[in-house]
Design a protein around this ligand. Structure first.
Ligand code: 5GP
Ligand code: MN
Length: 331
């Protein structure tokens, strides 16, 4: 077993007060990992607080347990003084928002599966072979002897399901299916997980149609991109939470290798999602632009005018696409 994994389990065993922290713009794997670690440690009788320095998308509240996750101010104002901080699914300090301020002040473990991880904890268990961080939390909980019930198993399953696109992406390997089987055998319910995403508001379909109107292609349709401006969200009575999954729709288009979605979540603040199908390494493009992620799914955030950002990013994307294409051809 990995040395850092064993050290993290050892320190968690001894810890009495643990702060579990997730990343900004949280996704299903992050929420699942935060909740699974928090509920698991609570079952062992520890005092545990869960914190994320970002608003949590409304559809995750389908699981009541999501309510235990506190915002940054709430954690700080609670006066909670953890003896250990467990950070999940975050690849660099900026990804945990203001919780960065606790780094260096308390012993910290980073548990993550991103290849772009900067190893910013006291202990770092980073393994890109895992399709989801939720599987790593499952291993920590198992080693700690956490008893699983139907709720914990379902919540833990949610992260594996979401980060593998419900077992459809290339990261859905044998370990993913084995871990999912284990969680289902402990009471995990896949149909409850899918409820989170089969609970759409009509407005989201209208937002999708606005996004579709903005679709553009490059490189003979191998690159596809679209955007939603702050005004687009507002005129459709939506927020950026309502466009989760849109970049996946773009990637599903025939002939597309690289899909890019620009989301202006605040005026002049744009989150960019990259997804690829077979060979393009999105994480290299994201890192170039100050972000990170995985080869087939990565992202970054840029400040500035939306149209300018779109133009700049597409220029960089085309350059890198052609460079990587040449490299692929030469193999
Ligand atoms: P998404 O496009 O869904 O926001 O993110 C796709 C993947 O890239 C996720 O694994 C996410 O953690 C990572 N990612 C997205 N945005 C950023 C970013 O700004 N910085 C870093 N380091 N990773 C990001
Ligand atoms: Mn993840």
């Amino acid at each position: 077993m990995n040395r850092d994994f064993l050290s993290i389990v050892g320190e968690l065993n001894l810890a009495k007060k643990v702060l579990v922290v997730g990343h900004i713009m949280p996704d299903g794997d992050d929420i699942s990992s935060v909740l699974s670690a928090t509920l698991g440690l609570q079952k062992l009788g520890k005092e545990v607080l869960a914190g994320i320095d970002w608003r949590i998308p409304w559809y995750f509240y389908e699981f009541d347990e999501t309510n235990i996750i506190k915002g940054y101010d709430e954690v700080i104002n609670s006066g909670f003084e953890p003896d250990f901080m467990l950070i999940v699914d975050a690849s660099s300090p900026d990804r945990i928002g203001r919780f960065q301020e606790s780094l260096g002040k308390v012993r910290t473990a980073v548990v993550d599966h991103h290849g772009t991880n900067t190893l910013f904890g006291t202990l770092n268990w980073v393994d890109t072979r895992f399709g989801s961080t939720a599987q790593m939390v499952l291993r920590i909980n198992t080693e700690l002897g956490v008893p699983y019930d139907e709720r914990l198993a379902t919540i833990n399953l949610m992260g594996i399901a979401t980060d593998t696109g419900f077992f459809r992406y290339s990261n859905a390997d044998e370990t993913v299916f084995a871990d999912a089987t284990k969680l289902v055998s402990m009471g995990g319910k896949a149909y409850l997980v899918s409820r989170i995403f089969e609970n759409k508001r009509i407005e989201q379909f209208k937002l999708l149609s606005t996004m579709e109107e903005h679709i553009r292609t490059e490189n003979d349709g191998q690159i596809v991109y679209s955007y939603l401006s702050k005004e687009d969200y507002e005129s459709n009575n939506c927020t950026e939470d309502d466009s989760g999954g849109f970049v996946g729709e773009l990637r599903s288009i025939q002939g597309v290798e690289l899909a890019i979605f620009f989301s202006e979540y605040e005026k002049n603040e744009v989150h960019i999602s990259f997804r690829s199908k077979d060979w393009f390494d999105c994480s290299r493009l994201a890192v170039l632009l100050g972000g990170g992620g995985h080869p087939r799914a990565a992202g970054c955030t840029l400040k500035g005018e939306l149209s300018v950002i779109v133009e700049q990013v597409i220029r960089e994307a085309k350059l890198m696409f052609n460079t990587q294409l040449e490299a692929v051809k030469n193999i």
